[in-house]
Design a protein around this ligand. Structure first.
Ligand SMILES: NC(=O)c1ccc[n+]([C@@H]2O[C@H](COP(=O)([O-])OP(=O)(O)OC[C@H]3O[C@@H](n4cnc5c(N)ncnc54)[C@H](OP(=O)(O)O)[C@@H]3O)[C@@H](O)[C@H]2O)c1
Length: 338
C-alpha cells in the first residue's frame, strides 16, 4: 500500500513509500482510509514534544474511511459492521468506554500505532464509529480528537439553555465546542486574535465576540457581558497565557475544562478564585470510543457540519503541518485527502 512516513522528529521529514498491506486479525477490521485531519498533537509528535513515537512511522491520529475486510469473529461480535461501511477509527482504539486507565490510553493512532496517512489500517472492530450520514470522509476525519474533546467539554458542564460558555481561539476544538454549545442553547462568548475569524464565529452562532489582542483583559469583558456573573464553562484550549484569566472569567461553581497548552503548560496561579468560587477544574485527555460515538450522534442529530479551513492533498503533507504549526492562521480544522 501507499503511505507517507515521518522518518524523524521534524516537521519536514516526510517520505512517500510503499508498505506491506496489513491484514485484519481476529476481532479486527481492515479500513481503507480516505482522509485524515490534523491536531496540535500531530505537530507535537513531529517536533519531538510528544513522548512515545518511534520513527519511521505513519503519522496523523485522525482519519476516516470505509470497511475493506472483517477479521475472524467480527461478524459474531454483533457490531453490525459490513464491508463498505463508512467509519471513523478512534484515536485511542483500546479505550472503548468508561474511565481512562494507563493501559487503555497507551495505544494511540499516529503516535504509538500507525496513523492515517496510509491506504489501509487495521484496528479493533470495537474502536470504529459510524460516520454521520451527512458528512463526507474529510469532514468525518476531523471528529476523533477535536469533536470528542469538545463534546466532553460541553457535557462536563451539563449545559442548558442560557448557560454561558467562553471559548478561547478559533481552532478545531473551540469551533466544535461552539457548535455543540449552540445546539445546547447556551450563550457563547468567543475570543480570537482576528476580527475576521470572529465574524466567521458570529455566523456560526457566537453571541459575543472579543478580540483578545485589542482587549487583553478578555476576562473582565466576560464579566461585563454577564453582568458580573461570569461563565459556566471556560474551555481552556490555550494554557499558560490564559489560565489565570479563565479562573477570573468563571462564574461561581463554574467549570474550567483544561485541555490546551498551545501557550505552554507551566504556570503559577492564585488558588483563591478556585476556592472562593468553588470552581471545577476538569482535566481531559480526548475521550473514549463511546465518547466519540456520542459526539458523532450529536453531530448527526443537529446536522452539525465540521468547519474545515483547508484540505491538503496527501502529497502536500509537509505544507499541512507547516500551516498548523504556524499557529493562528487557520479557522477550525485542517485536513488531508487521500
Ligand atoms: N487534552 C485534550 O483532550 C485535548 C484534545 C484536543 C486538543 N487539545 C489541545 O487543545 C489545544 C487546542 O487544540 P486545537 O486543535 O483547537 O488547536 P488549534 O486548531 O491549533 O487552535 C489553536 C488556537 O488557539 C488560539 N490561541 C492561541 N493563543 C491564544 C491566546 N493567547 N488566547 C486565546 N486564543 C489563543 C488561536 O486562535 P485565534 O487564531 O482565533 O486567535 C489558535 O487558532 C491544543 O493545545 C491541543 O493540544 C487537548
Amino acid at each position: 500500500m501507499k503511505a507517507i512516513q515521518l522518518t524523524a522528529s521534524s516537521l519536514t521529514a516526510f517520505r512517500a513509500t510503499e508498505l506491506p498491506d496489513p491484514k485484519a486479525g481476529p476481532g479486527e477490521v481492515l479500513v481503507r482510509l480516505r482522509a485524515a485531519a490534523l491536531n496540535f498533537a500531530d505537530v507535537a509528535v513531529a517536533t519531538g514534544a510528544f513522548p512515545g513515537a518511534t520513527f519511521p512511522m505513519v503519522p496523523v491520529a485522525d482519519g476516516a474511511g470505509e470497511v475493506a475486510a472483517l477479521g475472524e469473529g467480527v461478524d459474531a461480535m454483533g457490531l453490525g459492521l459490513v464491508v463498505g461501511d463508512r467509519v471513523i477509527p478512534h484515536f485511542m482504539p483500546n479505550w472503548q468506554d468508561g474511565a481512562m486507565t494507563p493501559r487503555n490510553i497507551a495505544a494511540m493512532r499516529g503516535i504509538t500505532l500507525p496513523g492515517s496517512l496510509a491506504d489501509y489500517v487495521v484496528v479493533p472492530a470495537t474502536s470504529l464509529v459510524t460516520l454521520p450520514a451527512h458528512l463526507d470522509f474529510v469532514q468525518g476525519a476531523t471528529l476523533p480528537i477535536a469533536a470528542t474533546t469538545a463534546w466532553n467539554a460541553t457535557r462536563s458542564a451539563q449545559l442548558r439553555p442560557g448557560s454561558v460558555v467562553v471559548l478561547l481561539g478559533t481552532g478545531g476544538v473551540s469551533i466544535f465546542a461552539l457548535q455543540f454549545a449552540k445546539a445546547a442553547g447556551a450563550t457563547v462568548i468567543i475570543a480570537s486574535s482576528s476580527d475576521e475569524k470572529l465574524e466567521r464565529a458570529r455566523q456560526l452562532g457566537a453571541d459575543h465576540l472579543i478580540n483578545y489582542r485589542a482587549t487583553p483583559a478578555w476576562d473582565e469583558q466576560v464579566l461585563k457581558l454577564t453582568e458580573g456573573r461570569g461563565a459556566d464553562l471556560v474551555v481552556e484550549t490555550v494554557g499558560g497565557a490564559t489560565f489565570a484569566r479563565a479562573l477570573n472569567a468563571a462564574a461561581m461553581g463554574g467549570t474550567i475544562f483544561t485541555i490546551g497548552f498551545v501557550s505552554g503548560s507551566a504556570i503559577s496561579i492564585d488558588l483563591l478564585p478556585i476556592i472562593v468560587k468553588a470552581l471545577r477544574i476538569i482535566g481531559n485527555s480526548t475521550g473514549s470510543a463511546a465518547d466519540l460515538a456520542e459526539a458523532a450522534r450529536a453531530i448527526a442529530a443537529h446536522r452539525i457540519v465540521p468547519v474545515i479551513d483547508r484540505v491538503f492533498d496527501i502529497a502536500d503533507t509537509a505544507a499541512a503541518y507547516a500551516e498548523l504549526s504556524a499557529g493562528g492562521r487557520h479557522f477550525g480544522k485542517l485536513a488531508i485527502a487521500h
